[in-house]
Design a protein around this ligand. Structure first.
Ligand SMILES: Nc1nc2c(c(=O)[nH]1)N[C@H]1C(S)=C(S)[C@@H](COP(=O)(O)O)O[C@H]1N2
Ligand SMILES: [Mo]
Length: 195
């Protein structure tokens, strides 16, 4: 990052192609909530409207994005709520080690708590000064700059606090559980005891 280098095995894509599995969901603001559930410190489940999410303290990050199938795109400016703010507003129980980020239609990605808590992990609402386009995750998507793209669900709807690891959508389908692009952690068969 900032070095202008891409992780090993990545190729620069033209523009910002859209890449995801399944249909693009329609945003229904009156029904939409972001939930935080699972092992919260209070035992309560949190549920926020989009306006409540947008009212949390926001920040801007600039990051490259790397799809595990090869293409990378660079210089994305995302604006939104730091994952840290979610952890402050809805504190996890001390036993929490992992989170599952849930999107529309059951897409999910598991993260180590430390990856979610990274100071650059963002619940993004805007890209390059405009609201996200629906294809890129409007109204809310997770961006985890230091991991491959599949760790960043578009159309994010919930964060589940977990006291043990559980594999998400692509992680169950042969993708690497950790997904560090600088270590080329693309496939689950590369996992060893460090993962
Ligand atoms: N809900 C959802 N989010 C998703 C995906 C998906 O299939 N469904 N694909 C992921 C993958 S593999 C990548 S590389 C990025 C691509 O994001 P982009 O199309 O905005 O570049 O979205 C991620 N988020
Ligand atoms: Mo991807």
């Amino acid at each position: 990052m900032g070095s202008g280098q891409l992780p090993p095995g990545q190729k620069l894509a033209k523009g910002w192609p859209v890449s995801h599995y399944g249909p693009v969901p329609k945003f229904r603001p009156e029904r939409w909530t972001l939930q935080v559930f699972g092992a919260t410190a209070s035992g309560e489940k949190y549920s926020w409207t989009f306006d409540e999410v947008a009212a949390l303290p926001c920040t801007t990050i600039v990051t490259d994005m790397h799809c595990a199938s090869g293409p990378s795109t660079t210089g994305h400016e995302f604006y939104g709520v730091p994952a840290r703010a979610v952890l402050e507003q809805a504190p996890p129980a001390p036993e929490v080690t992992h989170v599952m980020a849930w999107a529309e239609y059951g897409y999910s990605a598991n993260l180590r708590l430390a990856d979610f808590a990274s100071d650059r992990t963002l619940l993004a609402m805007h890209h390059d000064g405009e609201p996200l386009t629906v294809e890129h995750g409007f109204p809310l998507r997770l961006v985890v700059p230091h991991l491959y793209g599949y760790k960043g669900p578009k159309w994010l709807r919930a964060i589940e606090y977990m006291t043990a690891d559980r594999r998400g959508f692509w992680e169950e389908r042969g993708y690497h559980n950790i997904a560090d692009p600088w270590k080329e952690q693309r496939h689950s068969y590369q996992e060893d005891d460090s993962a």
